[in-house]
Design a protein around this ligand. Structure first.
Ligand code: FE2
Length: 171
């Protein structure tokens, strides 16, 4: 049985994963409107991954005698971006925010003898580390290929490869 405090902290994390999932969906809409279908796919996939994280925590709480809950409102997501680089800088901020909260949660569990939940969170800790590496790699690709209108066709095509790597070797 999870303590009330752990439950409440895990439920807070659920809201953050749900927010990230919604934030990626808004980015998918933006990318579709910019005629960047492969970049849009990247965002759809990322949204699914975040929802999957949310579900893992949701199930963990419920499986351990707690009450998992998705709040009605998880905050306003960003819908407009100056360009592709701006969009991926936002992705970095989003992922980094999640990293900080997962790390904080893991530290709290470690310091408070919540060993099972600490263990459960390890996959999330590593996942965040990978996510940050990946978005930094993407930012490098964008900077190298360029993100002016004339570069966007090839930049978007590049995301076909990036998406394949994510789907096959991501997790
Ligand atoms: Fe996540």
């Amino acid at each position: 049985m999870l303590s009330k405090t752990v439950q409440s902290k895990l439920n807070d994390q659920i809201q953050k994963e749900a927010f990230a999932s919604r934030a990626y969906l808004a980015m998918a809409t933006w990318a579709e409107q910019q005629s960047l279908p492969n970049i849009a796919n990247f965002f759809y996939n990322s949204s699914n991954e975040e929802r999957d994280h949310m579900l893992q925590i949701f199930r963990y709480i419920n499986a351990n005698g707690g009450t998992a809950k998705l709040e009605e409102k998880t905050g306003k997501v960003k819908e407009n971006f100056k360009n592709v680089l701006d969009a991926f800088k936002h992705v970095y901020d989003l992922e980094h925010g999640v990293t900080l909260s997962i790390n904080e949660l893991a530290s709290w569990c470690q310091q408070n003898g919540e060993h099972a939940t600490y263990f459960f969170l390890q996959a999330f800790v590593l996942e965040q580390q990978e996510a940050e590496i990946k978005v930094n790699e993407i930012i490098t690709v964008i900077e190298r290929m360029g993100f002016e209108p004339r570069n966007l066709f090839y930049l978007d095509k590049q995301f076909k490869k990036i998406n394949e790597v994510t789907v096959d070797g991501g997790r």
